[in-house]
Design a binder for this molecule. Structure first.
Ligand code: KG4
Ligand code: ZN
Length: 363
């Protein structure tokens, strides 16, 4: 472990951050002026692979890795140039090390390892979900405001994850619930495909849903009353499939908007219902909403109503940080670095599956 106690709390910290866990290559420079300042995003780029994966209707890990490998170096150079920084200005290199598609993660980890070796700078290993959580938490305007918002309850909803996480203190996480099968975004993508919509289906499905009646089809609300905080969405997808099979092919098009709206409503009812149950059990001050599905307007509205009804503050990740990006990785990284999380290039390793709880700071 590097000894980072040499970081004076009043000194700035600057991280180069790298994100390659799925189908977006992200690089960013994040600076924190001093220990109680909100981290600033100095420069950030995201190269999406959507066009490539649209051809196959989903992400093939090896294809994603090849795309990351072809753009990662120019994207690192771009954020360094935009920030006007040289290697000696960088305090540490942060990279998403887990969870994600192994071949994709390995590209970002290899880039971080190489730069760490060449520049003689430590690495800050980051869990992807920490990044999503901090993208909502840091929408506060001062570090003091951030601390006041804890303990918080984070709902992270993306293509790969549907999770309720208690954030008791900065860098202290406890997983309260997760999906037992498909993630919410994955369900949006799969149902969108059934409805003939392009990949990724979430945005297209929610646009179609805006024209439909959310009460038209009584789709199930899976596990809403299961007594725990876990989720399941694959049965909902199957329910949509059977509904479509019952409608003659030449009549389907007039029903698609109603099906989309009813499906979306079912997903959101479950997400909100489970969040409400978690509020009752864990008494947070704040709700944090983040991940790609947090871009969904109806979900944002429903979470606002829920927060208001329970007298809680809702913090939602800014729209440009809902999807995968490296700015969110850099924002948690500067905090993690100040808390002592710094390793050498020999120690960094990618893991397809690892719990966010393993990344909690020692309490
Ligand atoms: O966080 P993200 O970019 O990547 C992962 O870490 O998975 O999330 C992408 C997911 C996709 O499944 C996409 O369909 C979904 O977020 N998504 C949406 C919306 N915008 C993106 N789902 C529902 N409504 C939206 N407006
Ligand atoms: Zn993500």
């Amino acid at each position: 472990m590097y000894n980072i106690s040499k970081h004076n709390p009043n000194d700035p910290i600057i991280c180069l951050a790298i994100e390659t866990s799925c189908d977006e290559t992200g690089t960013a420079i994040v600076r924190q002026q001093k220990t109680d300042a909100v981290p600033e995003i100095i420069s950030s780029t995201v190269a999406s692979q959507i066009d490539v994966h649209a051809l196959t209707g989903g992400v093939i890990p090896e294809v994603a890795a090849r795309e990351h490998a072809s753009v990662i170096v120019p994207l690192i150079r771009r954020v360094m140039d935009e920030a006007g920084l040289k290697q000696n200005d960088i305090s540490a290199i942060a990279a998403t090390v887990a969870p994600g598609l192994m071949p994709a993660l390995a590209v970002g980890v290899a880039a971080a390892r190489t730069l760490s070796f060449a520049w003689q700078k430590p690495v800050v290993p980051i869990h992807h979900l920490e990044g999503h959580i901090y993208s909502a938490l840091l929408s506060a305007d001062s570090k003091e405001a951030i601390f006041k918002s804890l303990p918080a309850l984070a709902l992270v909803v993306s293509g790969g994850h549907t999770m309720l996480i208690a954030v008791q203190a900065p860098i202290q996480y406890r997983v309260l619930g997760t999906t037992v099968d498909d993630a919410a975004g994955e369900a949006f993508d799969k149902v969108a495909r059934l409805l003939g919509l392009p990949y990724p289906g979430g945005p297209a499905l929610s646009r179609l849903a805006a024209e439909g009646n959310p009460a038209a089809y009584p789709f199930p609300r899976p596990m809403l009353h299961s007594g725990n905080l876990n989720f399941s969405f694959s049965g909902l997808k199957t329910a949509v499939l059977y509904t479509l099979k019952d409608i003659p092919a030449n009549e389907q098009s007039v029903h698609l908007a109603d099906i989309a709206a009813s499906f979306q409503q079912a997903v959101i009812d479950v997400l909100a219902g489970k969040t409400e149950a978690a509020i009752k059990q864990h008494h947070p001050q704040t709700i944090l909403l983040s991940g790609g599905v947090a871009a969904n307007t109806l979900l944002r509205e429903k979470m606002q109503q829920l927060s208001d009804a329970n007298g809680l503050t809702l913090k939602i990740a800014p729209l440009n940080l809902c999807g995968d990006n490296a700015a969110m990785i850099g924002q948690i990284a500067v905090n993690a670095l100040r808390a002592g999380r710094a390793i050498s290039w020999q120690e960094i390793d990618a893991a397809a599956r690892r719990s966010i709880e393993d990344f909690s700071a020692p309490s």
